[in-house]
Design a protein around this ligand. Structure first.
Ligand code: NAP
Ligand code: GLV
Length: 313
């Protein structure tokens, strides 16, 4: 059995060593070294279009992340970019849900407990009490309650916040009010104090975080985007923060990454920026998950995380 690997940073050794340990029956090669040769499985993150186009040898393509937009976007470069009939399989949690819940909870609590304001006061040498927010008034909405969003929503509900979740189809999560579909979007957004975006990037969700959506939130709401930069209309966010419609935002993902040096987000103190780290791909967990799925496929068993190409996630 042959595995072909592609990672954009070219740091292959730990992946090859990891697969050698977890799946010793496989011969694992980099795409650069095995280009043009057949393989059974491809394991990739943001591959170039030449890697998957016209491949009839592959049995599955494993994506080294939860979001598959980096693979599906190849169809814009060439309509036949994805190998016909070959399943594309995303990471399903693999240690990301806990990281995402930590990141989002930190951002929510920092805003809820006014720690951002206290940090600014500390820098200015001010000792001053600020009136706290009331938890019961602090409704948080999670857009996208799949693998990651469900864990985030449950974690926030565990702190006693009123939590709403929004999905494409109906989902029942204990302790979380469920909304779904286009019809459920307005009541979901209505009056939220914090909005968390953890949707996949699809044609339906691109630019979803825009001025019209911000206007439905409570005045002075807070936005947390941990999904993709293309969900957010960046100028609308800056304008909403400057007008006071939003109190601020914590952003982990951007249209251009790394965020350009002259980007206005760097200069706006109410916008907190992190470099796409809210849920890292954990190598050991990911290798263990992919090795388990390859074994299941070889045994003719079904696996979780197969992407629906029509749906786009
Ligand atoms: P998932 O399990 O596929 O969940 C996606 C959720 O979004 C589902 O609840 C789905 O609804 C909902 N959804 C999709 N399209 C929708 C639409 N048009 N309207 C309403 N809801 C919609 O995905 P996941 O594993 O949680 O990952 C989510 C995203 O997080 C990834 O795609 C990726 O972009 C991002 N991510 C970011 C990082 C980072 O470090 N910043 C790390 C990992 C992942 P249904 O439940 O009805 O299907
Ligand atoms: C990271 O952004 C992922 O999609 O896993």
């Amino acid at each position: 059995m042959k595995l072909q690997l592609y990672v954009p940073d070219g740091r292959y050794d730990p992946w090859i060593e990891g697969f050698a340990e977890a799946l010793p029956e496989a011969e694992c090669q980099t795409w650069e070294d095995s280009r043009g040769k057949p393989a059974d499985y491809a394991v990739v993150w943001r591959p170039p279009v030449e890697m998957l186009r016209g491949r009839t040898d592959l049995k599955a393509v494993f994506n080294l992340g939860a979001g598959v937009d980096g693979i599906l976007r190849l169809r814009d470069e060439a309509p036949d970019a994805l190998p016909a009939g070959v399943p594309i399989v995303r990471l399903d949690d693999a240690g990301m849900a806990a990281q995402m819940a930590e990141y989002v909870t930190h951002a929510v609590l920092r805003y809820f407990r006014k720690l951002d304001a206290y940090e600014a006061q500390e820098r200015a040498g001010h000792w001053k009490f600020l009136k706290p927010h009331r938890r019961a008034d602090f409704t948080i909405g999670v857009m996208g309650v799949g693998t990651l969003g469900t864990h985030i929503a449950r974690t926030l509900a565990g702190f006693g916040f009123p939590v709403r979740g929004w999905s494409r189809t109906a989902r029942a999560i204990e302790g979380v009010s469920g909304f779904y579909g286009d019809a459920g979007q307005a009541p979901f957004l209505n009056g939220l104090r914090v909005l968390v975006n953890v949707l996949p990037l699809t044609p339906q969700t691109e630019n979803i975080l825009n001025a019209g959506l911000f206007a439905r939130l409570a005045q002075g709401a807070y936005v947390i985007n941990v999904a993709r930069g293309q969900h957010l209309v960046e100028e609308d966010l800056v304008a909403a923060v400057q007008s006071g419609q939003l109190a601020g935002a914590t952003l982990d993902v951007f249209r251009t990454e790394p965020l350009p040096e002259d980007h206005p987000f760097w200069q706006e103190p109410r916008i907190t920026v992190t470099p796409h780290i809210s849920a890292l791909t954990l190598r050991e967990d990911s290798i263990a998950q992919i090795a388990g799925k390859i074994r299941a496929l070889r045994a003719g068993q079904p696996i979780a995380g197969v992407v629906d190409l029509q749906r786009g996630y």
